[in-house]
Design a protein around this ligand. Structure first.
Ligand SMILES: CC(C)(COP(=O)(O)OP(=O)(O)OC[C@H]1O[C@@H](n2cnc3c(N)ncnc32)[C@H](O)[C@@H]1OP(=O)(O)O)[C@@H](O)C(=O)NCCC(=O)NCCS
Length: 183
């Protein structure tokens, strides 16, 4: 029903009319996620710091939602159990860190005139994650969300998809949630 384009390709081909206007009209319930697509995504793309994918409605060419992926080194704090470290690393229970795929941004466009479920956006993101897993191997992808009460429904959303909370930061300001990539 929808289709996915890489922001990188859109920029190179100049193939998406009114791109800047469409990006600036993006609306999200998370201000940081809205700010990223409006003000940072293109720069991050040009600097190869992340890849942003736009989900489009073929009938109207509206942006339905988006997500951004990048690589991250996940450092384990002392709070992480050896069992969890081994599960994530794959081999070592004393691993200090592990490379992961980060879903850095993900949002529906709340200005979109049609209907979309968050799960559909996450499914599109996982399609790309699975391809990366297939091509170069990587055991885990993670998301990071604020741990305040207002954000609990976002945490629920990721947990219902299968992500698990990693108790890994002492500040408690955000949660890291991880998902074992099955391919
Ligand atoms: C997270 C998301 C993809 C889930 O989509 P969904 O499964 O279709 O669910 P909904 O959009 O209906 O949201 C479910 C509930 O969570 C609430 N919610 C969603 N994002 C929220 C946020 N960032 N802050 C506070 N509440 C939020 C919604 O208001 C809704 O509340 P309700 O049940 O009282 O109506 C989507 O809500 C979204 O894009 N949120 C904004 C971006 C975001 O927070 N991304 C995660 C950080 S990377």
């Amino acid at each position: 029903m929808f289709y996915v384009v890489k922001l990188k390709d859109v920029l190179q081909l100049d193939s998406f009319p009114k791109l800047y206007e469409k990006l600036s009209n993006f609306s999200s319930k998370n201000n940081d996620v809205a700010d990223f697509i409006k003000n940072k995504a293109i720069d991050f793309e040009k600097r190869d710091m992340s890849r942003t994918y736009l989900i489009l409605d073929p009938a109207t060419e509206e942006i339905v939602g988006y997500f951004s992926l990048s690589l991250k080194v996940l450092n384990f704090s002392d709070e992480v159990s050896n069992t969890v470290k081994k599960r994530i690393h794959g081999m070592k229970s004393d691993a200090p860190f592990v490379p992961v795929i980060l879903i850095g941004q993900l949002s529906k466009n709340f200005s979109y005139s049609g209907t979309v479920k968050g799960k559909d956006i996450l499914d599109y993101a996982m399609d790309i994650v699975n391809k990366i897993h297939d091509m170069i191997g990587c055991r885990v992808c993670i998301v990071e969300t604020l741990s305040n009460k207002e954000n609990q429904k976002v945490v629920d959303f990721y947990e219902s998809y299968g992500f698990k909370k990693l108790i890994n930061n002492k500040t408690g300001e955000y949660y890291q949630l991880y998902l074992r990539i099955q391919g």
